[in-house]
Design a protein around this ligand. Sequence first.
Ligand SMILES: [Zn+2]
Length: 162
Amino acid sequence: MNRSEKQKLLWQNPEYRKHMSDAHKGNVFPYMSLLGKSHKGKKQSEETKRKISDAKKGKNWNWKGGYTKRFNDLKEIIRRCFEYRQWRSDVFHRDGFICQNCGNNKGGNLETHHIKSLYDIIRQYDIKNLENAIKCEELWDINNGLTLCNKCHLKVTFSNKT
Ligand SMILES: [Zn+2]
């Protein structure tokens, strides 16, 4: 079956027509780009099915949504690795375990702030996995880290979100 025959069949399906009209309103990812993938074997077609089902549920899995999820997963992986704990400890030691904003030195409430955000670094260097991350020098530069107490960290994080 060629592409235009497939399309014809699809248009006979009222659900598809409704979906396309939703897609045109910009609500969901356009269905059409999924069609070409369905013949590529089981894995691809399961993936496609899942995407279609997400789209039907109205989940907005556009590029940005997909990227945010991947970013959060990657951030978790980075945070759990040895290099990250080492970086964090180096930043704390350099700053003498004192919040660099308010001078709080009680300890136990200290966090490391990324001056250039993890998000920006991951995006700039196109980091896709832990291996990429470990090779990225800027990610492990302690000059990009700052010791802050949790209250100041929250303030800084919040004020950056404009
Ligand atoms: Zn503080």
